[in-house]
Design a binder for this molecule. Structure first.
Ligand SMILES: Cc1cc2nc3c(=O)[nH]c(=O)nc-3n(C[C@H](O)[C@H](O)[C@H](O)COP(=O)(O)OP(=O)(O)OC[C@H]3O[C@@H](n4cnc5c(N)ncnc54)[C@H](O)[C@@H]3O)c2cc1C
Length: 390
């Protein structure tokens, strides 16, 4: 039986573990997930805004998320363990992208790509926007794009736990330990060194270490262009209700969405104020000086908000082109990568988990071809840029 060691037991590592064990008629694997913190205090999967959209600019991201929503809708049955039916609280109010006059061409271009993949999305004029969402100011808006189905949000921690519990029920072992190194012999890795001094011998190793994936790659002598980029999320209450509020992406780059009776919001800092691997401290200054004023301009009811909390987590940013890096590196025959999701990894964990499991089991993709996200593009300097990064 081939031994598989997965470094990182977040949503990505746990989805891979689940899919590898999900085919009872196929090859059986002896799977161990090495996770240093079972409380997932710093894991992106637990600190995520946990949303899913089809409004991407690249075909591969659209296709991965189309599978993601299909999987999430059926998740209760697919990942049930006996009477324990997981519920990730999926809702589908859509994403609303707002475009200024300068952003109209890109919005239309993306719309055409999305429509070519049968995404349920509509363009709205400012008048249509006003009629549909009277609480929204259309000042400076030339066009908008609204997801009519297949987009929304859910609970990321519950998703991670659902994969994990199902994987464990299929025989996967979770070991609480820090991986500290890899044993490499020629073109193969042969084991994972653990902080207690033990070595976990393996025929196949998977790097699913999220924002901490670059050191894992480095242990095998492979450069992985992934860094933790801190993102702050703020939650606040508002005395007025905003009927039908979707996840709104403002022209300022700020996003917001309802979360129960509250709202949450965040933004991507400009590149020159977005250092690699900054400590996970909330950027409170950004809320006061930039986010709140911009939000109140877009949604006048937000003039009266009260902040109720905030947290910070890492995007595991692929600084080469802001998209996932999946599969083998040409220098090593049995070290698989599932890294660099750059802020859209939670919705992609079903597609990435299934894809990596297929690569391991069959040596190639069988369902969705994820090869556009392989290492080759980095080594050949062919970036696959996603224009719709939040
Ligand atoms: C604020 C924020 C908002 C986001 N919003 C969205 C969104 O709306 N939609 C979306 O799809 N995605 C979103 N994301 C991104 C998404 O959360 C991530 O892409 C996804 O969770 C990555 O999962 P992962 O399993 O790779 O990483 P993680 O969940 O971070 O898991 C990696 C695990 O590896 C472990 N680990 C690392 N190194 C080692 C080691 N050496 N030994 C042992 N264990 C190790 C860590 O402890 C961790 O638990 C957001 C992220 C953040 C931070």
């Amino acid at each position: 039986m081939r031994r598989v060691a997965i470094i990182g037991g977040g949503a990505i590592g746990s989805a891979i573990a689940y899919f590898l064990g999900a085919d009872p008629a196929g090859e059986a694997f002896d799977i161990t997930v090495v996770e240093r913190d079972f409380s997932y205090r710093q894991a992106s999967s637990a600190l995520s805004a946990s949303s899913i959209r089809q409004q991407f600019s690249t075909a591969i991201n659209i296709e991965m998320s189309l599978y993601g929503i299909e999987f999430f809708r059926a998740l209760g049955e697919t990942l049930r363990v006996g009477d324990d039916v997981p519920d990730i609280g999926l809702v589908e109010p859509g994403y609303l992208y707002l475009a200024s006059p300068a952003g109209v061409d890109v919005l239309r271009e993306n719309h055409a790509t999305q429509k070519a993949h049968a995404v349920d999305v509509a363009l709205l004029t400012p008048e249509e926007l006003k009629a549909r969402f009277p609480w929204l100011s259309t000042e400076g808006i030339a066009l908008a794009s609204l997801g009519l189905s297949g987009e929304g949000w859910y609970d990321g921690y519950s998703l991670l736990q659902a994969f994990r519990k199902k994987a464990v029920s299929q025989g996967v072992r979770y070991v609480q330990a820090q991986a500290t190194g890899l044993q490499r012999e020629g073109r193969r890795v042969t084991g994972v060194q653990l902080d207690g001094g033990d070595t976990l011998h393996a025929d196949i190793v998977v790097n699913a270490a999220g924002a901490w994936a670059a050191p894992v790659a480095q242990w095998a002598g492979i450069a992985l262009p992934v860094h933790g980029r801190r993102r702050s999320v703020f939650s606040f209450s508002c005395p007025s209700a905003l009927p039908g509020c979707p996840l709104v992406i403002d022209t300022s780059g700020i996003w917001l969405r309802p979360e129960g009776r509250l709202f949450i919001c965040g933004f991507a800092p400009p590149e020159d104020r977005d250092p690699d691997d900054a400590p996970l401290e909330v950027d409170h200054e950004a809320f006061e000086s930039f986010i709140w004023p911009a939000l109140a301009e877009r949604i006048p009811a937000f003039e009266a908000v009260r902040m109720t909390g905030a947290w910070a987590g890492y995007y595991e940013m692929n600084v080469f082109d802001h998209n996932a890096i999946l599969g083998l590196h040409p220098d090593c025959d049995n070290l698989y990568f599932a890294n660099g999701f750059s802020g859209h990894g939670l919705q992609q964990c079903p597609a990435a988990g299934r894809g990596i499991a297929e690569l391991i089991r069959f040596g190639g993709y069988r369902s969705l071809d994820l090869s556009p996200l392989s290492f080759a593009r980095i080594l050949e300097n062919r970036p696959l840029r996603e224009k719709n990064i939040i």
